[in-house]
Design a protein around this ligand. Structure first.
Ligand code: AMP
Ligand code: MG
Length: 362
């Protein structure tokens, strides 16, 4: 069932977390006993963050409105922004979705467990708190052994949005979860760094043709190939029924510094260097979001290589940790290279464009 451990465990992290005062939030090891503790907390109506192959999720019993409300409180998330429900078997799907069309079955056969969330009609038993008042439900079967084991032990589907304060970059390590939610949640399971690094692809199957509301590691090209139709990115358009992906109207993934997208290539490197000099002359602390290939070309206050341009998967992995690092180092302006919008590149550019608020130079 599992596609292997999708989250690499870094031995140093548990060590590091010992140094972080955990307040009333327990750092829970990903052992059998740890997962038992976590599942007891969740069964008693608490919230616990856990690793998935995409990012860390903040889990609570998806069928318990009170528990779900604690997720919204801890994150400071608007109540009309619905949560993704995480399941650990295909059988559990019928608990949350009232219909599973053929298209869904094809996609499930191909991509579950994995980073693809499907929007389906909701079962009446799912509280409206979980779906932000919608009659549809977002559901996925994560490909991470810790997540799967935890959901199994809980015995209920888990609502689990990304375990960050609303508006901040999603966490890809237990340390990031604590940075945002220490003292606001019951616990976090330490499962190392997340392999994918950006949130799941979200596909709405309640409209025809299906709409990709959020690009992710399962790409538009892959979905199109399975369904035999051309799935267009950039769904989430409003209609009379309201916005299709309510989360899309909120600011996301933003570092504290102002982010500008510049482009990539030799000319853009020169542009970035010039912009950095101008901003430094005005007294700003300036950052560059570069790649392993280009980091050595820049001079700035903070230069971070989020991954390798010739392996876009590594850029996805390193993107959120880099945005968080800029905050820690106090970058006030950040100039970022851009990426081709194919494959995982579409998800990377989606996550970069939001905090840049459309500020694109070059
Ligand atoms: P997060 O869980 O923080 O990764 O965000 C989940 C994303 O899925 C948000 O953009 C939500 O608006 C979107 N979403 C969740 N449930 C639904 C739904 N029933 N219909 C449309 N979009 C949804
Ligand atoms: Mg989120």
């Amino acid at each position: 069932m599992e596609k292997g451990n999708e989250c690499s465990t870094h031995g140093g992290l548990q060590q590091m977390n010992k140094h972080l005062s955990s307040g009333s939030t327990r750092v829970i090891p990903s052992t059998e006993t740890g997962l038992q503790q976590a599942s007891e907390l969740i069964r008693s109506g608490e919230t616990v963050a856990f690793p998935t192959e995409t990012v860390y999720g903040l889990g609570a019993n998806a069928l318990d409105a009170q528990a779900v409300n604690k997720i919204f409180q801890a994150k400071g998330r608007p109540g009309d922004n619905p949560l993704i429900i995480h399941i650990c078997s295909r059988e559990q799907l019928s608990l949350v979705a009232s219909e599973v069309p053929d298209e869904a079955v094809k996609l499930i056969d191909e991509f579950w467990p994995g980073p693809l969330t499907l929007i389906l009609p909701k079962q009446p038993g799912v509280p409206l708190e979980t779906t932000g008042g919608l009659q549809t439900v977002a559901v996925r079967f994560p490909a991470h052994p810790i997540a799967i084991e935890l959901i199994k032990m809980c015995g209920v589907p888990l609502a689990a949005p990304s375990a960050n304060r609303s508006g901040k970059p999603s966490p890809t390590s237990a340390g990031h979860v604590l940075e945002d939610l220490q003292g606001r949640i019951a616990g976090v399971i330490d499962g190392g760094f997340c392999k994918v690094g950006v949130e799941s692809s979200v596909l709405d199957l309640t409209v025809s043709p299906p709409a990709l509301l959020r690009p992710g590691a399962v790409t538009a090209e892959q979905i199109s190939a399975v369904l035999g139709v051309n799935i267009m990115a950039g769904g989430g358009v409003s209609n009379q029924d309201g916005p299709k992906a309510p989360g899309m109207k909120y600011a996301h993934y933003a570092p504290n510094g102002e982010l500008y997208l510049v482009g990539h290539g030799q000319a853009e490197v020169e542009t970035i260097k010039q912009l950095v000099r101008q901003d430094q002359a005005k007294g700003f602390k300036v950052g560059v979001l570069a790649t392993a290939e280009t980091a050595g070309l820049y001079e700035a206050d903070v230069i971070l290589a989020c991954g390798r341009r010739d392996q876009l998967d590594t850029i996805a992995q390193g993107l959120y940790p880099a945005l968080r690092e800029f905050d820690k180092l106090g970058a006030q302006r950040i100039y970022a290279e851009t990426y081709p919008t194919e494959g995982i590149g579409l998800a990377i550019m989606n996550r970069l464009t939001k905090p840049a608020g459309g500020k694109r130079l070059g």
